[in-house]
Unconditional design. Structure first.
Length: 372
């Protein structure tokens, strides 16, 4: 049964996340032809400038869905084989036996076994993923660093493997998606960013979605406050940051309206074919960066709700900013949320993140937004 949008409940849920500790957040929820947009809190804690629902935002790993869709469009054109070894296309970047056994599909669904490169690119992150033992110092050191993607890939490929190619569970690793970007460049003859822009972003008619060309977000946007598990107190603004450390893995800038439009079209089979969409929705167990096992498809993952069907989408995080976009399988109900604070949980004496009121407030917002 259709859930009408309850603007009063949505406004209250949004405000509760702000009161729980997030400086500012904004969202768009759709149910059929009904649209609700809301914002709560501030975009700048110093000036008190408010957030608005039309602001641009760094959406982090939601970029992966765009990149996966671009690869699948090349699969449909016959330029890429989903189960072809990556060494067939990029023998220098992934040489030897792993290049012969890691397939394109394994890169998209994170079952390649390749390690995450971030601990090697950011020296203070050497203990990653033991986040309690890491330091945020490298974020300041590399705020304006321009990384070479092939060097980042080499860090991930030469690091100790998480496991054998195709092994379960897989490991969520940005190395996989930097390789997919190089694959797109190899077969298309243009940069991955240009290919994704022309064949995914423009195909979806998105007017406020783009890859950054430098460390700044162009247009109205919020500052992004990173707490790094209480080590940055007060949280520090990282809205100015060179996103070359992530590239087509997590660097996209978008709006909540554009995210809903994109995922709505994707789930309707208007970005990739219905058969490709079915491939995207075939999931395998993957260990996320939060060390939780999730079901992950080809750039998509599901969220189940109380009797209202399965939602598909992706979340994302950058230094100081986070986003989540979810669309019900029938495309009728959609939610996109952006927040300007990240890693608000502090660690206990054993190194485990402690519960925080923001967690419960966000869970309530997601429930109200997706299920009414």
């Amino acid at each position: 049964m259709k859930n009408p949008l309850d603007s009063t409940a949505l406004d209250a849920a949004l405000e509760a996340v702000h009161r729980a500790g997030v400086p500012g957040l904004f969202a768009e929820v759709r149910d059929g032809d009904q649209v609700w947009r809301g914002a709560a809190g501030v975009a700048d804690v110093t000036t008190g400038r408010p957030v608005t629902a039309d602001m641009k935002h760094r959406v982090g790993s939601i970029t992966k869905t765009f990149t996966a869709a671009a690869v699948l469009r090349q699969v449909e054109c016959g330029q890429i084989g989903l189960d072809t070894p990556i060494g067939h296309y990029l023998p220098i970047l992934v040489p030897g036996e792993r290049g012969d056994t890691i397939t394109v599909r394994m890169l998209i669904n994170h079952t390649s076994g390749l390690a995450e490169y971030l601990p090697y690119a950011y020296p203070s992150f050497k203990a990653y993923p033991d986040l309690a033992s890491t330091s945020p110092q490298s974020m300041d050191d590399h705020r304006f660093t321009r990384f070479d993607p092939t060097e980042l890939i080499e860090m991930g490929v030469t690091a100790p493997a998480f496991g054998p190619p195709g092994g379960a569970p897989g490991l969520y690793s940005n190395t996989n998606y930097l390789l997919l970007a190089q694959l797109l460049e190899e077969v298309s003859g243009t940069t991955a960013e240009r290919y994704i822009t022309r064949n995914v972003i423009e195909r979806a008619g998105l007017r406020d979605t783009e890859f950054p060309t430098g460390p700044y977000v162009e247009g109205p946007h919020s500052r992004l406050y990173e707490a790094w598990f209480g080590m940055l107190d007060p949280p520090r603004d990282y809205s100015v940051f060179d996103m070359s450390y992530a590239g087509p893995s997590a660097s996209l800038i978008s709006t909540v309206a554009d995210l809903n439009r994109f995922f709505g079209m994707l789930l309707a089979g208007e970005i990739v074919s219905p058969s490709s969409l079915a491939q995207m929705q075939h999931t395998v167990p993957v260990i996320s960066q939060e060390r939780k096992t999730i079901d992950y498809g080809l750039g998509l993952y599901p969220m189940e709700g109380p009797g209202q069907g399965t939602f598909w989408g992706h979340g994302g995080s950058v230094w100081g900013g986070g986003a989540l976009a979810m669309t019900r399988a029938d495309g009728k109900r959609q939610m996109a949320v952006a927040v300007n604070l990240q890693r608000w949980n502090r660690f206990d004496s054993s190194g485990k993140p402690q519960p925080h009121p923001v967690d419960d407030a966000l869970a309530t917002l997601y429930r109200v937004a997706m299920h009414g």
